[in-house]
Design a binder for this molecule. Structure first.
Ligand code: THU
Length: 137
């Protein structure tokens, strides 16, 4: 799947966002190495802390369907559906990416369907903490 197609899927997912408190609607489209696409949106809560970001919605959908390896994710977001900047993933979502993805995992952030750029996970989470840093018996 091309980056442009993945960006389109992220825009479509943004339309499903449940964000009555912040007004920020976010969509993510995650491509598994199997070729399966998993989309996600942010889901907010009246008690705020249960809120789940779009990226983690996509990851948790994928993991719960048995996908464990990923090649890239596209992310879009903005206030009330207006995308005015490239929406960068929060630190918690970067940490979840580090749990399941290699350093070269591609993170695509988009302003429009045709204006997007890519980062690697290593660029967005340098010197990160991961399972390689702990020994589990
Ligand atoms: N949000 C995401 O969906 N992804 C991020 O990486 C950062 C923030 C959502 C959470 C909340 O619903 C809204 O954006 C404002 O923080």
């Amino acid at each position: 799947m091309s980056n442009k197609e993945l960006v389109k899927a992220a825009f479509d997912a943004m339309g499903k966002a449940y964000a009555p408190y912040s007004g920020y609607t976010v969509g993510a489209a995650l491509l598994g190495k199997s070729g399966t696409l998993y989309t996600g949106c942010n889901v907010e809560s009246a008690s705020y802390s249960p809120t789940n970001c779009a990226e983690r919605t996509a990851f948790f959908k994928a993991i719960s369907e048995g996908e464990r390896e990923f090649s890239k994710i596209a992310i879009v977001g903005g206030k009330n559906g207006n995308v005015t900047d490239m929406f960068m993933p929060c630190g918690v979502c970067r940490q979840v990416m580090a749990e399941f993805c290699d350093e070269d995992f591609e993170i695509i952030v988009a302003l429009t369907h045709d204006d997007f750029k890519s980062f690697t996970l290593k660029e967005l989470l340098p010197f990160g903490f991961s399972k390689n840093n702990i020994v589990v018996d």
